[in-house]
Design a protein around this ligand. Structure first.
Ligand code: PEP
Ligand code: MG
Length: 755
């Protein structure tokens, strides 16, 4: 049943006047409750605000005992008011005391009232308080009255969000909106960042809530929805989006919502009740969010994100605002928070002012993670709901080591972290002092420490870390962050920029290692049961020689007149390398024939990452110019543990006898054949593991730039000869004590190795 519509609209008009009055927050709330009570013809109207300690405090009332204001309170979940806050849903009851959740507060004198209508005060799906009306008679409130109360709740939500109520909040507890929150996610890029929140897609704050002219607002909504539909249809029709895949699914979901009559009707109803078009979209979205946030079904939560995005687009459409924060408004210590973003979007912010990155999605291998790591930005991913919990400007700490995010941290926590940051900085400074010191052990064994890279932005680390060269350049990263397949000339330009930036230090390129989990959005991928063991890397390169040939040609051009070092990933049989070598030889001949300059010296190598090669080492060494051990993949296939699966990834120790013997067989075979050997997997960058490699005989290691300092510090305090003498006998059969990790730790402690 509907009452006439003049009521809610009139209420909103009066509310607008109250909002504009130059009075205190308490006076404003007091006036608002009087206004609502008279509009809904209720004897009682009360506002409860959620405090940081999870208690709902009575902030204003018309009809209950005045003395109860700021004295009466309920916990979330307690009584009807607590229930509304907990469930973020209205309650409309003709006989409140009959409800099982009823708990009455004697200090308020509410026992005289029977009917009860309460709505949550919501903002971006978060409950900030509860608004209640009560009557003595047993009445059921009309749909319009519920709407009117919800709309008023929005106005109060804006007062809370604008910080207006802080002035009348009890100092010891404060409001929920400013409550410190610790959220757990997954550490994606190490390091700790302290700073202030910048929302990647800032919520457009709707401050103009109350309509002047309802018909005009309905027409504005219609226009905006039409423009929105057109833009989605255009995107779907344009060839830019692949016919299948994630992007298309998201857009299809957008389209479904944009044409959803139920959604649009709810917005139109809110306008009819006196809201502006943008406020109406926000209100409907806030209601939907509150309802759907309780969903645990991941599919539905995903759709909620889509609907959120769509509502934001519609609001932006209505308010005519460009999306994204203005770069000049970026604080010096920005911590970017977003649902997800592309690698290029992160690069757009510029490195200087970013102290951290927090994403609701974002996995360890996503492109934005790769770039964040390359830029040294502490990053945490998979943090649920962080976008709606955070507000622009909030203080925040990102701990990429533990995967924790502390929003609005308490002062002591902030101090503890500031100390941690200072400690890290001191350690980094110590490592920097080692930069130009030789990588040599106490007993005079010399090492070459190189760094791993994959993007041009990595190259400055070469100078900063003092690395001897780039021991592994993962060429696929540039392909992964590009929006379309880089053409030969683009590839060539990139490779020559890399060589220029390396300034004469050697760079070992690795041919494209795509497939598996490294997918290129623009390259049609096929579904595979076991992509890590599927059509990836050199297998794909040899089956599609066009791709590999283009890359080889680009590398040969780029390195013309200089040295080219190129290695092939995921080789399982010597033949595969010979085929790849034949492709390179053919390309060199082709270039020479056409009068192009070629590199002075081309050296070709193999990554040892498939265990089958362990049984072909002697043959392999006769053909290759060098080998590099990809211990990440080698270990994954050696022990049959998926390197990306956290359930099993830690199951076996990389320092177990079996794997160390395998690593030793490689270095021995290479030394015997006088073939240079490097190890470029993550093992090389962990000081204790690197120490084991030294004991096995490895002298050339390549690692992430940040690991160079710690590994060099270890080397310079190590006696390599003594270590080998301690370690190698342990690998012989017949040892009961197989815990090599402990053996190494004991050795380090006894001989003062800096770990
Ligand atoms: C490896 O597998 O150890 C390696 C260095 O290659 P990626 O990590 O790129 O697979
Ligand atoms: Mg690998």
């Amino acid at each position: 049943m509907r009452s006439n519509l003049a009521g809610p609209r009139l209420l909103l008009r009066r509310l607008r006047e109250v909002m504009a009055e130059p009075i205190t927050a308490q006076e404003r709330l007091d006036k608002i409750v009087v206004l609502i009570a008279s509009n809904v013809v209720a004897e009682v109207c009360s506002v409860y605000i959620l405090r940081a300690d999870g208690v709902l405090e009575l902030y204003a009332t018309e009809g209950l005992n005045r003395e109860a204001v700021h004295n009466a309170s309920l916990r979330v979940g307690q009584g009807l008011v607590g229930l509304i806050a907990a469930e973020a849903r209205p309650l409309n009851l003709p006989n409140a005391s009959a409800h099982p959740g009823f708990a009455y507060l004697p200090e308020t004198g509410e026992e005289a009232f029977n009917s009860f209508l309460g709505v949550p005060i919501l903002r971006a799906g978060r409950t900030l308080g509860v608004l209640v009306v009560q009557n003595q008679s047993h009445r059921t409130y009309l749909e319009d009255e519920v709407e009117a109360l919800q709309t008023t709740a929005m106005v109060i939500a804006e007062m809370v969000a604008a910080g207006e109520l802080e002035a009348i909040a009890q100092e010891a507890t404060g409001l929920d909106l400013s409550r410190p929150i610790t959220a757990a996610g997954v550490g994606l890029a190490e390091g700790v960042g302290l700073g202030h929140v910048v929302l990647h897609e800032p919520r457009v704050v709707v401050t103009n809530l109350i309509a002047e002219d309802t018909d005009q607002e309905t027409a504005r909504l219609e226009g905006a929805i039409n423009r929105l539909r057109l833009s989605i249809d255009d995107l779907l029709a344009s060839g830019e989006i692949a016919a299948t895949g994630e992007h298309r699914e998201v857009l299809e979901a957008y389209r479904m919502f944009a044409y959803d009559r139920g959604w649009i009707r709810k917005i139109e109803d809110a306008i009819k009740n006196g809201l502006t078009a943008e406020a109406a979209v926000e209100k409907v979205q806030s209601d939907t969010r509150a309802r759907m946030l309780r969903q645990t079904d991941p599919y539905l939560r995903e759709r909620l994100h889509d609907l959120d995005d769509l509502a934001h687009r519609l609001i932006r459409e209505l308010m005519g605002r460009e999306h994204g924060p203005g770069m000049d408004e970026l604080p010096q210590d920005a911590i970017i928070i977003g649902r997800n973003m592309g690698a290029a979007e992160l690069l757009d912010y510029g490195r200087d002012r970013i102290r951290g990155l927090v994403l609701e999605e974002g996995g360890p291998t996503s492109h934005v993670t790769i770039v964040a790591r390359a830029l040294g930005i502490p990053t945490v991913g998979l943090v649920d709901d962080i976008v709606s919990l955070a507000d622009g400007g909030d203080a925040i700490i990102v701990d990429g080591d533990t995967g924790e995010v502390h929003l609005r941290p308490a002062a002591d926590l902030e101090n503890a972290y500031a100390e941690k940051v200072r400690f890290r900085a001191r350690r980094q400074a110590q490592y920097r002092r080692l930069r130009n010191k030789p990588s040599v052990t106490k007993d005079g064994v010399e090492f070459s420490l190189q760094m791993n890279a994959g993007l041009l932005i990595d190259l400055p680390h070469l100078e900063e870390s003092g690395a001897a060269g780039v021991g592994l350049f993962r060429t696929e990263l540039q392909f992964m962050v590009a929006s379309s397949f880089p053409r030969m000339r683009e590839q060539q330009a990139q490779y020559s920029q890399i060589l220029d930036a390396a300034g004469g230090k050697p760079v070992t390129f690795r041919s494209l290692d795509i497939g598996g989990d490294k997918v290129l959005p623009y390259l049609r991928s096929i579904q595979e049961e076991n992509p890590a063991m599927g059509w990836r890397a050199l297998r794909l390169g040899l089956d599609r020689p066009g791709l590999l040939r283009t890359q080889i040609r680009a590398l040969l051009h780029a390195a013309a007149g200089r040295d080219l070092k190129l290695m092939f990933p995921m080789v399982a049989a010597v033949d595969e390398f010979l085929n790849a070598r034949a492709l390179v030889d053919k390309e060199i001949k082709h270039l020479r024939r056409h009068g192009h300059a070629v590199p002075e010296n081309v050296r070709l190598g193999v990554m040892i990452e498939v265990p089958s090669l362990l049984f072909q080492l002697d043959e392999l060494m006769t053909y290759v110019d060098f080998v590099s051990v990809g211990s990440n993949d080698l270990f994954q296939f050696f022990c049959a543990v998926d390197r990306g699966n956290t359930r099993v990834a830690e199951r076996f120790d990389t320092l177990s006898v079996g794997f160390l013997r395998a690593l030793k067989s490689i270095v021995d075979a290479a030394n015997k054949a006088h073939v240079p050997v490097t190890l470029c997997g993550e093992l090389a960058g962990r000081p204790l593991e690197a120490m084991a490699l030294v004991g096995l005989g490895y002298r050339d290691l390549s690692m992430s730039p940040a690991s160079l300092g710690p590994v060099k510090a270890m080397l310079r305090t190590l006696d390599a000869g003594r270590l080998s003498a301690r370690l190698l006998p342990r690998l012989d059969p017949g040892h009961d004590d197989n815990n090599i990790r402990d053996v190494l730790k004991r050795f380090a402690a006894e001989t003062d190795v800096a770990l």
